[in-house]
Design a protein around this ligand. Sequence first.
Ligand code: PGA
Length: 255
Amino acid sequence: MRKKIVAGNWKMNKTQAEALALASEVVNMVNDEVRGNVGVVLCVPALYLPILQKFTNLAPNVALGAQNCHNLAAGAFTGEISAPMLASMDVPYVLVGHSERRQYFHETNAQLAQKIDMALANGIIPIFCCGESLQQRQANDHFDFVTNQITESTFHLSPQDFGKIVFAYEPIWAIGTGLTASSAQAQEMHAVLRQHIAAKYGEDTADNATILYGGSCNEKNAAELFACPDVDGGLIGGASLKSREFANIIKAMVA
Ligand code: PGA
């Protein structure tokens, strides 16, 4: 059974008081309003992971995620956080390869492969982000570009480990811009990614892979995107910072 997930990516937003309020509101709304089989992941600033656990512990369907981890286990890397550290704090998910990390911190497909290995070796589920720029789409290079991101960062894995990854297709031109991919564009790419996975790992693995859509997903467009047969949920940035809107998006996945 393919797992349905709606994940929020808070990025570098919220003070402590705001983070506590947002997490508590989301958990209450999920507990009160969401019936059905959807997992919710809150990818919050790492600093807040321990103080938010008291809320997520109250909601069986809500889990925490980090937004990044280093590709090595430990060492002289000032300011960084490792997968063993996250595991020691009982953090179940980590975003790997968000386009902002690729762009501003120059993360490469090869480094991201190491981050995925590191997360999996520590029992953490990587949410692997991929997606093309507007220029790549306009040059009709988007399918090759995104399938290659997946190949170079995940196709070294054993079938068993590969099956643990969650994928998030996020076209860069849609992130934070208000320009959402149409449901046809999202479905088309998700189907291509599933075929790509099937060619390497077989139909069953591809069928069971959870592939989220991200990029200006909001309470108005979520239902249409989530209705696509190959879209298994969303990775939500801006709209995850407002509890009411985020809860409505989660409910759109369930409906
Ligand atoms: P957005 O961000 O929903 O604000 O476009 C999505 C993301 O970056 O994960």
